[in-house]
Design a protein around this ligand. Structure first.
Ligand SMILES: Nc1nc2c(ncn2[C@@H]2O[C@H](COP(=O)(O)OP(=O)(O)OP(=O)(O)O)[C@@H](O)[C@H]2O)c(=O)[nH]1
Ligand SMILES: [Mg+2]
Length: 275
């Protein structure tokens, strides 16, 4: 079967969104680091920023709006839900690529072009910024150990037809094509890191990693609590991996799209006038 892939046109936006809860100390700095335009393969794409402000009580949403970002406010749904909402919002804007990163200055929006270039050239549908592929890395040792164990587990979960050797399964800096953003369903509201990758690989989207820089959080409060994290994440990974369709000759290596049916998509559709 011949699959035609349409290249993004000049002028189609790149959306960068930040899931955020109580990040008033850093959200404006993160937004200020985002480029206004990315230029890839001779095509210019304006960058639109969105903050998914999920139950913040410290003025994160106001700070984001004052910095020129669109803001969707949600009532404390969770990080996974926020990422689902950001992806659906980006797809609804006709984005050529939808990227996201933390609002706590761990990642650098100035590296956005590196993240989205493989999507905009058609080389990949889903790009993950890896903190272990070179560049400066300042990760706390216990977090690095946890990251490596969970990354190995996620890699092992891809074994078989779509096996992918991941190097940074918990990266908070990622980019998706508009089609991938519209198609994916974040399997639980708690977080997205592992289930997003498994869902996209299960749908046949093409994965790529690029090196990024990283600096660990210096202010604010991490949402990660290890016992809760493992209790919520491991069953969700199992559910998504089990949902993969059986191997079929027409799916291997092709771009598979599906209607956006997640609750998050419906939420965005109903909230779009609030931005
Ligand atoms: N919208 C939303 N954002 C959240 C929620 N929990 C965390 N975040 C944001 O999601 C991003 C990732 O959360 P972090 O707490 O930084 O998670 P982490 O990067 O694994 O942990 P650290 O390395 O300690 O920063 C940050 O921008 C948070 O503000 C939530 O429930 N809803
Ligand atoms: Mg963080």
């Amino acid at each position: 079967m011949c699959k035609v892939r349409l290249m993004p046109v000049s002028g189609a936006p790149v959306v960068l969104f930040l899931p955020a809860r109580d990040e008033v100390a850093t959200v404006a700095d993160v937004l200020a680091r985002a480029p206004r335009t990315v230029t890839v393969a001779g095509r210019d794409h304006p960058v639109r920023t969105l903050v998914v402000d999920d139950g913040s009580i410290d003025g994160t949403g106001d700070a984001a709006r004052a910095s020129g970002a669109d803001v969707v406010r949600t009532p404390g749904l969770g990080l996974g839900a926020a990422v689902g909402i950001g992806l659906a919002w980006g797809a609804s804007q006709g984005a050529a690529a939808v990227a996201f990163c933390d609002a706590d200055l761990e990642y650098d929006p100035a590296e956005l072009e590196t993240l989205v270039a493989p999507v905009l050239t058609g080389a990949a549908d889903y790009v993950v910024g890896s903190r272990f592929l070179g560049g400066a890395r300042r990760m706390k040792p216990h977090r690095e150990l946890g990251n490596r164990v969970l990354t190995a587990l996620t890699s092992a979960s891809t074994a078989g037809r779509r096996a992918v050797p991941l190097t940074d399964g918990q990266s908070g800096y990622r980019a998706l094509s508009g089609e991938a953003a519209a198609a994916t369903v974040v399997a639980h509201d708690y977080n997205y890191a592992q289930v997003l990758t498994l869902d996209l690989l299960g749908r046949g989207f093409r994965y790529l990693e690029v090196p990024i820089t990283y600096a660990h959080r210096r202010v604010g409060r991490s949402f990660v609590r290890l016992p809760t994290y493992l209790r919520r994440v491991l069953p969700a990974m199992w559910r998504v991996r089990r949902s993969w369709a059986p191997p079929g000759p027409q799916r291997s290596g092709t771009l598979v799209t599906a209607p956006a049916t997640s609750d998050a998509s419906r939420f965005v559709a109903s909230q779009s006038s609030t931005t």
